[in-house]
Write a protein that binds this ligand. Structure first.
Ligand SMILES: Nc1nc2c(ncn2[C@@H]2O[C@H](COP(=O)(O)OP(=O)(O)O)[C@@H](O)[C@H]2O)c(=O)[nH]1
Ligand SMILES: [Mg+2]
Length: 203
């Protein structure tokens, strides 16, 4: 799939105020600084679309980007940044969980995980929560340009082992680099597959 057009539409903290045209959407979530905004920019080939930052916790809202006038990419605020107050964290949990649970046009969540790290409790807990709520998700291991392929292989194996403690099956797994655009085609193909099957169903 080729992205010809990517436009910022709206930012807000209430899923009820998100676009109401029912076009399918795909959201990106993960720890603050994991590379969500960079991945959206890499996928769309527009470095300025989603604001990226060296300072964790900058994206505080649900941001909708319309793609090819046909579907949405959604940039979500990051979880788990140490500097946020408990109050801010609770507020985050409420509006994001409301969005994830209630948003009917949400087709898939891409859970981003820093490929350099050992399995993190917060990511495992979030994925378990998605499982409980029956929210479909894939994993994207980000920033693979920063490690060797052998370390990447080891880290992926550790993650899979950890996940198999609570899951019968591992969800689809992708690896990405926003620097080299590695992973772009596979991730876009996955989105395209879902969009195409939706169109078949709605014919
Ligand atoms: N080397 C490298 N740096 C990345 C990659 N993705 C993101 N970054 C950097 O990581 C930092 C956080 O990225 P950002 O997209 O703002 O993360 P977000 O908070 O999850 O949206 C920025 O300094 C990015 O340039 C990647 O694939 N490779
Ligand atoms: Mg961001």
């Amino acid at each position: 799939m080729i992205i010809k057009e990517a436009t910022f539409v709206v930012s807000n903290s209430d899923y009820r105020l998100c676009p109401t045209d029912g076009k399918p959407e795909f959201a990106f979530i993960g720890r603050s600084n994991v590379g969500k905004s960079s991945l959206i920019n890499m996928l769309t080939g527009n470095k300025k679309l989603a604001k990226t930052s060296g300072t964790p916790g900058k994206t505080q809202l649900i941001n909708h980007f319309e793609i090819n006038k046909d579907w949405y990419l959604v940039d979500l605020p990051g979880y788990g940044f140490a500097k946020a107050s408990k109050q801010a964290r609770v507020k985050w949990e409420i509006f994001i969980s409301e969005y994830l649970v209630n948003r009917e046009s949400l087709m898939n969540v891409f859970v981003l995980i820093d490929s350099r790290l050992e399995p993190q409790q917060i990511d495992l807990e979030f994925m378990n929560w998605c499982g409980q709520k029956q929210i479909p998700f894939c994993i994207v291991f980000t920033k693979i340009d920063k490690i060797s392929s052998s370390v990447l292989g080891k880290n992926l194996a550790k993650y899979k082992k950890e996940m198999l403690k609570s899951w019968d099956e591992i969800p689809p797994v992708y690896t990405s680099s926003s620097e080299s655009a590695f992973g772009k085609e596979k991730i876009l193909n996955y989105i395209d597959l879902i969009n195409t099957s939706l169109k078949e169903v709605n014919k």
